[in-house]
Design a protein. Structure first.
Length: 165
């Protein structure tokens, strides 16, 4: 006996969801491939650098960094270890809380990030934005904001709990 699908998506929901998944996967996979090939910078490490460049002093507690980059503490530890070996970040024990570690982007980290950003921007423009016309880009941003308020304008994401709204 085959069980029926519970509360199935209607055609519009299904097409929107499938489109979102396919666009996300295509852009992220190609972006990861290009960053690795052209800059020897895995996507997670790029995420660390792009997050650090956006905070005061380019420094953040490692646990906060993991939250913002959306990775596990162990994944963050491995990423920071490699970035540190390459001289792109520095780690130091937090003087206010001896249990935590502060990660700071170095000038070499900023240089490598800026090089990689050119590839990042070109890839996203090519794979996502190039097919859009007129005010499509603004409408897309508006749609994302309507779907999950704060996703565009909150300075820190994820916000305290985007699900509990």
């Amino acid at each position: 006996m085959e069980l029926p699908e519970p509360d199935p998506f209607d055609e519009h929901e299904f097409r929107a969801w499938r489109g979102f998944l396919r666009v996300h996967r295509t852009v992220m996979d190609e972006l990861a491939r290009r960053l690795e090939r052209m800059h020897d910078l895995p996507l997670l490490q790029y995420g660390v650098l792009i997050t650090l460049v956006s905070v005061p002093g380019r420094r953040l507690r490692m646990t906060d960094l993991a939250d913002r980059v959306l990775t596990s503490p162990s994944g963050m530890t491995r990423a920071i270890a490699r970035l540190s070996e390459e001289g792109l970040v520095e780690r130091e024990q937090n003087s206010n809380d001896r249990r935590s570690v502060i990660v700071t982007m170095t000038s070499e980290g900023l240089r490598r990030l800026r090089e990689a950003q050119a590839t990042h921007h070109a890839c996203v423009r090519e794979l996502l934005f190039a097919g859009l016309e007129g005010d499509d880009l603004q409408r897309l941003a508006t749609i994302f904001e309507h779907a999950m308020p704060g996703v565009l304008d909150e300075p820190v994401w994820p916000a305290s709990s985007p699900i509990a709204r």
